[in-house]
Design a protein around this ligand. Structure first.
Ligand SMILES: [Zn+2]
Length: 271
């Protein structure tokens, strides 16, 4: 590890860089440097400017606690949000995007799954029934072996409501783009899990929309990433910009693959 790497703060730089924090910090560094120059402290002003920019570049911000307030400040400002959030550069999926076209309520879906014998209660816990779990994991393994292009084609071929798919690889993450135009970005591990579940559930559920919603719900039972086999971790969705869209809400708990850097499931926060 080089000396520079030791200084680097990866949680607030690279793809995690918070642009409101960066912009606000550069503005403050510039203002402070100008003030020093104005006070005839030219050398110090230059040093502050150079040092401040370097720290913002390496660590994401220089003013303490910037991530706690900059996103809210920018959201409240009249500046267009697009300046700070590139819509086309996908953030880690929110875990809510899905191959399912409609969003049925969780309780109804779980009830259907229990009635159909797909999910069963064992010692106060809900588990996927063994004769579903085995074939589901087998199907996931075979879909994981496909390229993301191959997976996208497989989805268009298998789901009646999907006519068009594409694939997108950006910043080390892979997505299936479902639907025409910009479509909906579905993370590769999510697509693998849902298509596999959709196929296996054919023997259990007749209603197409329930079958799709059920395929989506089964993701909460995953323990390993369907795409790479890495153990999933339960984490909260806090990131530098986590408070940006909904500053008053507690962060959702998510199931994520640290290797694919993708979210597999977002547990409802109850708010
Ligand atoms: Zn993974």
């Amino acid at each position: 590890m080089s000396a520079l790497d030791a200084l680097r703060g990866p949680e607030h730089t690279g793809s995690n860089r918070c642009w409101p924090c960066t912009a606000l910090n550069l503005l403050l560094v510039g203002a402070f440097a100008c003030w020093l120059r104005f006070r005839d402290r030219r050398v110090l002003g230059t040093l502050v400017a150079a040092g401040g920019v370097a720290v913002v570049y390496l660590r994401g911000y220089v003013v303490p606690y910037t991530p706690a307030f900059a996103p809210k400040l920018v959201a409240a400002s009249p500046l267009p949000n697009e300046w700070f959030h590139d819509e086309r550069s996908p953030q880690p999926a929110d875990g809510k995007s899905s191959l399912a076209a409609t969003d049925l309520d969780g309780e109804t879906v779980l009830q259907e799954l229990v009635t159909a014998g797909v999910v069963e209660a064992v010692d106060d816990r809900l588990l996927v029934a063994e004769d579903v779990d085995g074939p589901w994991h087998e199907e996931m393994r075979s879909l994981a072996a496909l390229s993301v292009d191959g997976l996208a084609r497989e989805i268009a071929r298998s789901l009646p409501h999907v006519d068009e798919t594409d694939s997108l690889v950006a910043e080390g993450r892979s997505w299936v783009v479902v639907g025409p135009g910009e479509g909906e970005l579905v993370a590769r591990p999510v697509a693998v899990a849902e298509l596999a579940a959709y196929r296996v559930l054919a023997d259990y559920l007749d209603d197409e929309s329930i079958r799709l919603a059920a395929a989506r719900a089964l993701r909460m039972f995953l323990e390993e990433c369907p795409a790479c086999g890495t153990g999933l971790v339960e984490t909260s969705e806090v990131s530098c910009c986590g408070g940006y869209a909904k500053p008053r809400q507690t962060p959702d708990e998510v199931l994520a693959c640290p290797n694919c850097d993708q979210r597999l499931y977002t547990f409802p926060s109850g708010e």
